[in-house]
Design a protein around this ligand. Structure first.
Ligand code: MIG
Length: 671
């Protein structure tokens, strides 16, 4: 059952696709203690687990800390971080009562999961109203939690499904500057016979960081280049930033200004802030005309043979605004010639951090937005901050749908809000080459699935800081299971393509397992999207009466038959694994799988650095195809099988069609 309660002045967010009649009074699931700002309180039972909240720090069980939905450029992620790039306001309470709650609002909202008062879950909104949903399982649901998620996902609409090649490996780095840089990477992958499907282009491919342009000196004849790469099974995936460079004669800027398409200040002039290209304006993506216009611009690149994009900096991220810059220069002069003591010195040095780099400069950031009902409403940016990036994804998704009505395109984004999951995927932003971040990414995946973001993954190897061979390898061993599998790193860090390290055969073996699994991964992914089920689940979802399973924080169920337990510690040669039932253990090493029975319970399992260990439920089979150098070369007519079942229902299509359905596309393959 889904109940909806409306509090305060609700602003349309585009999160839900089903209209639910508003209820009054809550059927015993906490208390709303205030309308504006919205406040809901629930007393948790001692063993209640709080799942959800999508992209956030800390464990799968969110209890014990507080989280703030406020899309933020957060390259400094640690345990104290309360906000990342996404605003995913869905939670599941599992315990004495089991139910889901969704807070549909475009503004800041805070989740205090027993941080202030141990047993109290408090959710506090801010300056706009909240559509509050409570979801309980149906009688037919065998797993209450999965049933609640299914209903929630029906409410928010089908998750984005990328083309099949997007399940191939993507190599990225902020630092591939020229076509020759890209050629060299592809060549190295091919020489080493490591599979590869895409190379991501970061900001350097653009002309002066101008969206939808290509620097012809670095990438001469892009059209020819994409054709050359495609012949090798490789796709180029360029980045698009939210900010539009202010420059006379640049068409995106000129059109934006003349049509009044940029976010404005109170006085009606376009708001300017510094990003990559220097001073930039920000398209008002909440306005449908702006979305149409911006979405169409992707044609500049699709016409060159590009079929995939990543949207960045759309929280939006900014370095400074005109106002904050002016204020900083004014302030800094006041320190000149002064005796800087403890207080003034920190004020002085703090200028750089607080004033120059003011991501939260939103109080000066006023938006001209048109809401869905067609009327023109002026809303302050902070009222709608959390749906800004999501509406950039929507602009791109809708634009690409028009540009390419029959073939799917790849799209993923950094900022997001529930609703954006229908148009694209997300990567989890700027993590660091730390073991603890590998663990964090493992823990984030199931929460993202609950919130509809199935096509997601992390920067494998870590984005910031210098990585190490073992970290890249262990991270890849986890990454082969994530739908979006991309190795990405920052320009000033150690190179981290797998061919940079010795014993390349270790990487080849792991990457080949990914490619052998692509038909299965694709099949499980599409089924999860079409049936609103979860590709990744915490153990507690399927084994909710098994307390040991409920408390397992570093293993995941994948699709109908797998359990994964990645190694995420330096120098570990194995790890403890809890199995909620008897299973088959698969150890993949040196291109070969060894299987053995393993009983329900706790085990110490050996996982050599170059091995992937995972588990298959009895009664299932896992099809493996022969790996190939790119996903379009996989032969899906012949499989070998792991596991002791007899058949698998394989979903299959041409990899491109937008007309996706389960009828007539599922083939029973048998041993
Ligand atoms: O603030 O385009 O998250 O993946 O490499 C840096 C450069 C801007 C942030 C993205 C990252 C990308 C980088 N961008």
């Amino acid at each position: 059952m889904i109940y909806r309660f409306s509090y305060g002045t609700v602003v349309e967010t585009n999160a839900v696709v089903k209209s639910i009649k508003a209820d009054s009074g809550i059927p015993g699931f906490g208390t709303v203690t205030s309308d504006t700002p919205f406040k809901w309180k629930y007393t948790m039972g001692p063993d209640d687990i709080i799942y959800g909240l999508g992209e956030n720090m800390r464990g799968m069980n969110k209890r014990g800390f507080k989280y703030v939905s406020w899309c933020s450029d957060q390259s400094n992620q640690n345990e104290s971080t309360e906000s990342l790039y996404g605003a995913h306001n869905f939670m599941l309470i599992s315990g004495e009562k089991t139910f889901g709650v969704f807070f549909d609002t475009p503004s800041r909202i805070t989740f205090d999961a027993g941080w202030t008062v141990p047993d109290e879950l408090t959710v506090t909104g801010s300056n706009t109203g909240v559509d509050f949903y409570i979801i309980t399982a149906g009688r037919q649901d065998t797993s209450e939690l999965t049933g609640i998620v299914r209903q929630f996902r029906e409410l928010i609409g089908r998750s984005y499904i990328p083309p099949r090649w997007a399940f191939g490996f993507q190599q990225s780095r902020w630092g591939y500057r020229t076509a020759d840089d890209v050629r060299e990477v592809v060549q190295k992958f091919h020489n080493e016979r490591i599979p590869l499907d895409s190379i991501c282009l970061d900001i350097d491919y653009m002309q002066d960081y101008e969206d939808f342009t290509v620097d012809e000196t670095k990438f001469p004849n892009m059209k020819q280049f994409t054709r050359e790469l495609k012949a090798d099974g490789i796709h180029l995936v360029p980045i698009i930033d939210a900010g539009v460079k202010i420059k006379k004669g640049y068409d995106v800027y000129e059109e934006g200004i003349s049509n009044n398409y940029f976010c404005t200040k109170k006085d009606g002039t376009a708001y300017a802030a510094g990003v990559w290209p220097g001073r930039s304006h920000f398209p008002d993506f909440l306005n449908p005309d702006v979305r149409d216009w911006f979405g169409e611009k992707y044609k500049n690149l699709t016409s060159l043979g590009i079929e995939g994009f990543w949207n960045d900096m759309n929280e939006p991220a900014m370095f400074y605004s005109d106002e904050s810059l002016a204020e900083t220069f004014r302030k800094i002069k006041t320190f000149e010639g002064k005796n800087l003591d403890i207080n003034s010195f920190f004020d002085f040095t703090g200028l750089a951090g607080s004033t120059f780099n003011r991501l939260d400069d939103y109080q000066r950031f006023y938006n001209k937005t048109q809401m869905k009902n067609g009327s023109t409403v002026l809303l302050r940016h902070d009222y709608v901050h959390n749906i800004y990036g999501a509406h950039m994804t929507r602009a791109a998704g809708e634009g690409l749908q028009k540009i390419s009505p029959h073939r799917r395109m790849l799209l993923y984004s950094r900022a997001s809000c529930i609703g954006a999951h229908r148009y694209g995927g997300i990567w989890t932003g700027d993590n660091t080459s730390w073991w603890i971040h590998l663990k964090q990414e493992i823990q984030m995946m199931s929460g993202l699935n609950m919130c509809g973001f199935l096509y997601s993954g992390a920067d494998i190897g870590g984005f910031g800081a210098d990585t190490s061979r073992d970290l890249v390898l262990r991270w890849t061993e986890f990454g082969i299971f994530t739908p979006l599998m991309r190795n990405h790193s920052a320009w000033n860090t150690r190179r981290q393509e797998c061919y940079q390290y010795d014993h390349i055969e270790d990487f080849r073996s792991v990457m080949n397992l990914r490619y052998a699994l692509i038909p299965f991964i694709y099949s499980e992914f599409v089924k999860a999207a079409l049936t609103n089920s979860m590709y990744f689940r915490p153990l507690g979802f399927d084994y909710s009466s098994d307390e040991r399973a409920r408390r397992t924080e570093d293993e995941l169920l994948l699709g109908e038959s797998l359990l994964i337990a990645p190694v995420y510690e330096q120098n570990a040669t194995g790890r403890y694994v809890y199995l909620p039932e008897d299973m088959i253990q698969v150890t993949w090493q040196n291109e070969k799988a060894v299987q053995q029975n393993i009983a329900k319970g706790d085990h110490y399992v050996n996982v050599p650095l170059n091995a992937v260990v995972f588990f298959i439920k009895h009664g299932h089979i896992l099809p493996l195809c022969r790996p190939a150098l790119s996903s379009d070369k996989l032969d899906t007519s012949r499989f070998t099988f792991l596991g002791d079942g007899s058949s698998y229902d394989l979903y299959e299509d041409d990899g491109y069609t937008r007309d996706i359905k389960l009828e007539g596309t599922v083939r029973k393959i048998t041993k």
